[in-house]
Design a protein around this ligand. Structure first.
Ligand code: ZN
Length: 639
């Protein structure tokens, strides 16, 4: 999973996840008897209305059906139950009553009359236009759509999702093409019949579809399982990629195999949406990822520079997160709550390796990789919330932090286990190199933990869970060390500064200059904001509204806080550039920067006695050998 937007999530209610006791718990040994058929009609996808009809083998008496709640990879109870509409049940053509569980909103109870052994359910999924996040957010435009099966089905309570078999079909708009890892049976006009699959595999295999769909083969079988990108866009022009990008993307499968030494998919599909009208995020699956970025994501340098990283990130998850999964996330169904305590591995390590692959494939230059790392390091090193909230708590709190407002992020912290996890895993890599005198690297650990045996060609993927102790034990096989203490010291620290030992050991140090990197500038442009966090301590919207004000920094100290709006800088109407100029000119001067600030209906003047100039993060060589260069160079040719 990767979340992009810093903007607040609109209109999402957090649904309590306590009371699943009302619902039968899953039996992991018995398969559900019979096959459930699921016919999804997405032929009117452009209207945001999806229909489904399900035929479910049942026993007479009370049956409990569940709407998927804890969606794998979303790390929270995000199943969009509010958009489950039009629900009706029939037995032998006769309408049946249903009632929702009074405590568990995702459970539906249906009483099946004697003599009946199957029921039909019809339901709609009314896809949001603006609200919602991840797969529960906007999923269709006029030219493309993504079908997430979990939004369009109910499943019987009390069974492991590996043991429930679905026979799914999908009707798509006329003339649209599809991409999916779900094995296809037959095709009849615009209706695709898929081969029977477990509920686990079905939910793990979304379908992208669109009027403009480009299939880009990333490797040449049979050397490795086939890897392709199925890219749907809101325009034909958006499929005209920046020169060189396709060639770099074709390095990805080779570099990933060099890194991990094995694959855990039958074939792999990058399902990429290029649209300004769908939710923007990336969601991982075993054999695919559902990533949605703006329409110009692969055709405009500025957008690609900032968002391209989602592509290798989600691919790495096939190994880290899907094949190997923290025990707390390895639940038997979508009802049992997930525990996020090891997300600094699941997401933090994926962030590290995803960015490393960006560099190893040439998708980023070494300089851009370092600029990104510098930003990451600076962001975490200037996070005052770390003095009260240890990193581990940001992982445990994922279900609440994913819905957090942007204001006060610096003090609340956010899902910092991504960026700080990246710093910690770089330090793991460097520590392995030091302990083994350069004989071993992180890649050796990756081969051990995520590598052989590869998934046999005809088997559906499944996962191997792990505990913290098993992770530590595997690291000890590569380089004996007190890894438990190493992680504990970093995960539970309330020190004011971020763990930058990996950056330092790799031959670099974090410094601040008065020139932003082009990556930094592109991010500001994309977010329509001005980031002065490291100088006066403000992040500002285009109109001067304070999005965040950093504790202990100059603006905060004079009383400027989120929600206030800067109206004027030294007597002149606010713009980001004007404030930057004022910060530059105040350097070496005795004059404070005067800000006219609106707080609701009142106007106040604040004087910022700040004279250190602009500050933007940069990595500078520190005199030690540049092992970072070895980490990020192409590796595929050697293995
Ligand atoms: Zn992720």
């Amino acid at each position: 999973m990767r979340k992009f937007e810093r903007m607040a999530v609109v209109g999402v209610a957090l649904i309590a996840s306590l009371a699943w006791a009302q619902v039968p718990s899953s039996d992991t040994t018995q398969p559900y008897p019979g096959t459930i058929t699921l016919a999804v009609d997405a032929s009117a996808a452009t209207t945001k209305l999806f229909h489904a009809k399900e035929t479910i083998p049942v026993k007479p008496g009370e049956n409990t059906l569940l709407y998927p709640k804890w969606i794998p990879g979303e790390h929270g109870p995000t199943g969009p139950v509010v958009d489950l509409t039009g629900l009706k049940f029939f037995a032998n053509g006769q309408r049946l009553e249903w009632r929702r569980d009074e405590v568990e909103m995702y459970a539906i109870h249906v009483n099946v009359p004697a003599g009946m052994n199957s029921i039909d359910a019809t339901l709609d999924y009314t896809s949001p236009v603006r609200e919602g996040i991840y797969t529960g957010g906007p999923t269709a435009s006029d030219k493309l759509a993504v079908v997430s099966w979990n939004t369009l089905l109910l499943y019987p309570a009390g069974y492991d999702v590996h043991g429930i078999t679905y026979q799914a079909s999908l009707k798509v708009p006329d003339g649209w093409q599809i991409g999916t890892p779900l094995p296809l049976g037959t095709m009849n006009g615009s209706t695709y019949e898929f081969k029977p699959a477990s509920l686990y595999t079905l939910v793990d295999s979304p379908v992208i579809m669109g009027e403009y769909l480009k299939v880009l083969k990333l490797n040449t079988p049979p050397t490795t399982p086939p890897v392709e990108m199925d890219i749907a866009a809101d325009s034909r022009a958006a499929l005209d990629f920046i020169p060189g990008v396709e060639d770099h993307l074709k390095q990805l499968p080779m570099e990933a195999v060099a890194l991990f030494g094995a694959t855990h998919y039958r074939d792999y599909h990058f399902l990429l949406s290029l649209s300004d009208h769908v939710a923007h995020f990336g969601l991982e699956h075993h054999e695919s990822n559902d990533s949605r970025i703006p329409e110009d994501g692969l055709s405009k340098e500025g957008t690609y520079k900032v968002l391209g990283g989602v592509i290798p990130h989600e691919y790495v998850h096939s190994w880290n997160g899907k094949y190997r999964r923290p025990i707390g996330l390895a639940t038997p169904d979508y009802e049992q709550p997930m525990k996020g305590d090891l997300l600094w591995v699941y997401e933090g390590l994926t962030e590290y390796l995803g960015d490393v692959l960006m560099a190893r494939t040439g998708l980023w230059t070494p300089e851009r990789y370092r600029d990104n790392l510098a930003e990451d390091a600076a962001e975490l090193d200037n996070r005052p919330g770390r003095t009260w909230r240890p990193l581990e708590d940001t992982a445990v709190s994922v279900q609440t932090l994913n819905y957090a407002p942007t204001s006060w992020t610096n003090w609340r912290r956010t899902v910092d286990y991504y960026g700080e996890g990246e710093l910690i895993w770089l330090e793991v890599d460097e520590t392995i190199r030091q302990l083994t005198h350069g004989q071993k690297t992180f890649d050796d650990f990756a081969h051990l933990f995520y590598g052989q045996p590869s998934l046999p060609a005809n088997e559906a993927p499944t996962f191997k869970s792990y505990t913290f102790e098993e992770l530590v034990s595997a690291l000890n096989q590569i380089a004996p060390y007190d890894w438990a203490k190493f992680f504990h010291d970093r995960l539970w620290s309330t020190a004011p500064h971020a763990p930058l030992g990996g950056v330092e050991a790799s031959g670099w140090r974090l410094v601040y200059t008065d020139k932003p990197s082009d990556l930094f500038e592109s991010e500001e442009q994309r977010r329509h904001s001005a980031n002065m966090a490291y100088s006066i301590g403000l992040i500002l919207a285009e109109d001067g509204t304070v999005e965040d004000s950093y504790f202990f920094k100059p603006a905060f100290q004079v009383g400027i806080t989120p929600g206030m709006k800067i109206i004027a800088v030294n007597g002149r109407k606010y713009s980001g550039d004007l404030l930057r100029t004022a910060i530059r000119e105040a350097k070496g001067s005795q004059q404070p920067i005067e800000l006219l600030v609106q707080n609701a209906d009142y106007f106040n003047t604040y004087k910022l006695d700040y004279h250190e100039g602009e500050k933007y993060p940069l990595l500078q060589r520190n005199g030690k050998p540049d092992t970072l260069a070895d980490i990020i160079r192409a590796h595929a040719e050697e293995r």
